[in-house]
Design a protein around this ligand. Structure first.
Ligand code: UDP
Length: 413
């Protein structure tokens, strides 16, 4: 099957951890690679935001990345890309008119718009993974949300126009249903984890491995993600007040040499000083992919305390690494983490609950081992990329089987 993936801002080739590069980039890269392993031909279309990149490039995993000339050939923040989506969609339409893919898969709402425009009148079925929903972001971020004002409305329409929505968690299904996406056109297909990269193997777990800061306290909590307020790193920092023998390593954000100028890093360090725990907080900056497994394995506990989380790959990576997790009971985290089995669920924005859960786990190495081992089993049995690719493929086949009757809803918005 020839599959066209569209991921307007999130290139599968990008380094992860920066403000606009995280789970979606990884998802598109790993899913495309896994579909190639199944014998499919995959082309990923992403915007040309880096003039040093060639127009086309074949990734080592076998999929082709096409840099679509829409908007300026320089980085543009994700929330400012909407004006270029018509141009993106028209470019796709031209490309797909000459070489028709069997199926199109949009990632994030703006890609979905470009896909509908690109597929108009060509009879190509369109599937969509939102990765995040504007209505949820607006609920939690209020006026701090920099998404285009029309996002919520356009997402609502998109959900009713595409042939199938692949939601990454059950919570997203409820949100989409409330937005009017028909239940009959939705399936849950979560993100996966690279089980050969993230292993419970102890070798290399020592602190001091490349990219892993040396341990200075008896216990270590690791938190990983893009350095944005909604990831709730401040909650983990506040919890340290009640965890006197514990250090917190926060990984993510700009490159280490750019941290000094990063606003969010300064904010987090100010909070740490305010709580009197700054000497136990270490912000590393962006961590290379190949250093991430050792960093996670250097933790006694991995904490993910976002305000909300559409999926959340980091806890899955920790579970695959045999490390217990404490996560807020939001979004995709309530699907992946089984409370009292692979980790502990705590309420959002509650440093005391996090501190209490961490105290219990840090005091009990047996419990940590049990959670870690159950986490590895759960990640291995349900979240391999091969399984996620098989689920995705099943949905493609279903859409193709249904598409004998052309979907007249597929048209540019
Ligand atoms: N990540 C990384 N280096 C960093 C920070 C993050 O490789 O410095 C990876 C992390 O391991 C995970 C992804 O980026 O695979 C973040 O995905 P997640 O779903 O947790 O968050 P999102 O970015 O989608 O909000």
């Amino acid at each position: 099957m020839h599959i066209a993936m569209v991921s307007e801002h999130a290139s599968p080739l990008a380094a992860l951890g920066n403000v606009d590069a995280g789970g979606q980039n990884l998802h598109v890269a790993e899913l495309s690679a896994a579909l190639c392993r199944k014998g499919h031909e995959v082309t990923v279309y992403t915007r040309h935001g880096d003039p040093s990149q060639p127009a086309r490039r074949t990734a080592p995993a076998g999929y082709e990345v096409v840099h679509v000339p829409a908007g300026p050939a320089e980085p543009v923040p994700r929330d400012e890309l909407l004006p270029y989506m018509d141009e993106f969609g028209d470019w796709l339409h031209h490309a797909w008119s000459r070489s028709v893919p069997d199926i199109v898969h949009g990632h994030f709402w703006m890609s979905g718009l470009a896909c509908l425009r690109g597929a108009t009148d060509l009879g190509i079925p369109v599937t969509q993974t939102f990765h995040a929903l504007g209505v949820v972001k607006r609920r939690h971020q209020g006026t701090a949300d920099t998404s285009p004002a029309r996002r919520v409305k356009l997402e609502r329409i998109l959900g009713t126009r595409v042939d199938r929505v692949l939601a990454t968690c059950s919570d997203e299904v409820f949100e989409l249903a409330r937005m009017g996406t028909p239940h009959t056109t939705m399936s849950v297909v979560p993100c996966g984890v690279d089980l050969s990269r993230f292993t419970a193997d102890d070798t290399g777990a020592t602190t001091g491995a490349p990219g892993v800061p040396p341990r200075r306290q008896r216990h270590r909590i690791v938190a990983v993600g893009r350095l944005v307020p909604r990831k709730g790193f401040d909650i983990a920092i506040a919890a340290l007040r009640d965890l006197p023998t514990t250090e917190l390593v926060i990984a993510g954000g700009p490159r280490p040499d750019e941290l000094a100028d990063d606003e969010e890093t300064s904010r987090l360090l100010r909070i740490a000083r305010g709580h009197g725990v700054a000497d136990r907080v270490h912000i590393t900056g962006q961590i290379r992919r190949d250093h991430m497994p050792a960093l996670l394995r250097s933790a006694d506990v991995v904490a993910c305390t976002p305000w909300y989380e559409p999926f959340g790959i980091v806890p899955l990576e920790a579970m695959a690494s045999g490390v217990p997790v404490i996560v807020t009971a939001v979004g995709g985290l309530t699907d992946t983490v089984v409370d009292g089995v692979t980790g502990t669920l705590v309420p959002a924005q509650a440093p005391n609950a996090l501190a209490e859960a961490a105290s219990e786990l840090l005091a009990d190495p047996e419990l940590r081992r049990a959670y870690g081992s159950a986490g590895r089993k759960r990640a291995a049995s349900r979240y391999s990329w091969n399984r996620i690719a098989a689920d995705t493929q099943r949905n493609y086949h279903r859409v193709l089987a249904e598409s004998d009757e052309p979907n007249e809803r597929v048209a540019a918005l």
